[in-house]
Design a protein around this ligand. Structure first.
Ligand SMILES: Cc1cc2nc3c(=O)[nH]c(=O)nc-3n(C[C@H](O)[C@H](O)[C@H](O)COP(=O)(O)OP(=O)(O)OC[C@H]3O[C@@H](n4cnc5c(N)ncnc54)[C@H](O)[C@@H]3O)c2cc1C
Length: 317
């Protein structure tokens, strides 16, 4: 595993006096994802106010950044990543309710939001209880399930667009955000700060029941352990899990990684295992599905620090 301990004297200098920011150099990155494998990053910068985030973006220059939510759709290579990981906390964890309009900070946990909104009699976000990500990650990925998705309820988002020498802060409408199946117009240099949702009045008991049904369904149908949910997006009119299972790869093991026995589109890591072996198994599954069924699956999971050519191929490039 690479370390980045000696790297950024200039970075230390520019970040020294920024308020409401915690900087951890040569920080653990892979262990902050739900895969819980993978290496370190040059710096992990946690911003707890909008002002702090603005100041950081003004100062970090053209260095690559990765915004980390809960890491539930992220796989980091064993050698780590030479870049800045941005984490949001504090002000970004607020939930504000005004009538049917709810404004959620990007760092709000989806299951927490689902339960709190149900408890105040607002319906629409119950599905989010089963998705272990943050609001920022959900906007970028248009996360969804159980017949609903982020884009169905989202009305606008406040987004920092970072261009390597500062940023612009914009309010983007649902149209601007271009929400589509497991994707949106939020690019790799955009940081979602807040998102507003227009929900509907709902009976608290009905929402509570819907939430409990979803939690039970997830327990019965999806594996626990170290994974990032579905690895591949579903191709048109089919399911990646069905395709993988149809060629006998359900339960297939490759070194420390395994195609889940319970859900063939989940690929599991193991404690003390290797992110590169997870990546190699994702590669193997994509290759086998393509050679045997003529369908090229594309990854949903974000791949950080791996070979760029293979990563781009996996993402459908
Ligand atoms: C057990 C399990 C079940 C899952 N089930 C589902 C499901 O049913 N449906 C579904 O859609 N997904 C599912 N997922 C995947 C994942 O939870 C979602 O994609 C989630 O929205 C990712 O949020 P995150 O905060 O963890 O994102 P991360 O993994 O931290 O990041 C994912 C991407 O979003 C970007 N990002 C994160 N925060 C921000 C921000 N503030 N601004 C800009 N970009 C940001 C990252 O840079 C990265 O590109 C599941 C995952 C697990 C582990």
């Amino acid at each position: 595993m690479k370390d980045f301990a000696g790297a950024p004297a200039d970075l230390r200098a520019v970040l020294m006096d920024v308020a409401d920011v915690a900087v951890d150099y040569d920080a653990e990155f892979g262990s902050r994802t739900t895969y819980r494998v993978g290496g370190r990053c040059t710096a992990m910068i946690t911003c707890s106010t909008l002002a702090a985030l603005s100041a950081v973006l003004d100062r970090v220059g053209s260095r690559p950044i990765y915004v980390l939510g809960n890491g539930s759709n992220t796989l980091v290579s064993d050698r780590g990543w030479d870049g800045i990981v941005l984490v949001l906390s504090g002000e970004f964890e607020q939930i504000d309710v005004a009538g049917n309009r709810v404004t959620l900070g990007a760092a709000v946990s989806l299951p927490v939001a689902a339960r709190q909104l149900a408890a105040v009699g607002l319906g629409g976000m119950e599905w989010a209880v089963g998705i272990p990500g943050t609001v920022g990650g959900a906007v970028k990925m248009n996360a969804g399930g159980h017949g609903s998705e982020t884009g169905k309820w989202l009305s606008e988002a406040r987004v920092f667009r970072y261009h390597g020498h500062g940023y612009e802060l914009r309010s983007l409408s649902a149209d601007d955000l271009g929400m589509r199946y497991r994707s949106s117009n939020i690019g790799d240099r955009d940081i979602v700060a807040l998102a507003s949702f227009d929900l509907v009045p709902a009976d608290r008991a009905d929402s509570k029941k819907a939430i409990s049904d979803i939690v039970n369904w997830r327990r019965d149908n999806q594996p626990g352990g170290q994974n990032a949910g579905s690895v591949f997006v579903n191709p048109d009119n089919d399911h990646a899990a069905r395709l993988i299972e149809s060629i006998g790869l359900k339960g297939f093991k490759y070194k420390s990684a395994e195609v889940s026995q319970k859900h063939a589109n989940f690929i599991q890591a193991t404690p003390g295992g290797s992110a590169d072996e997870v990546f190699d198994l994702i590669w193997l599954v994509q290759q086998r599905v393509e050679s045997e069924l003529g369908i090229r699956l594309r990854t949903e999971v974000r791949l950080v620090g791996f070979d760029p050519d293979r990563s781009s191929h996996l993402r459908g490039g």
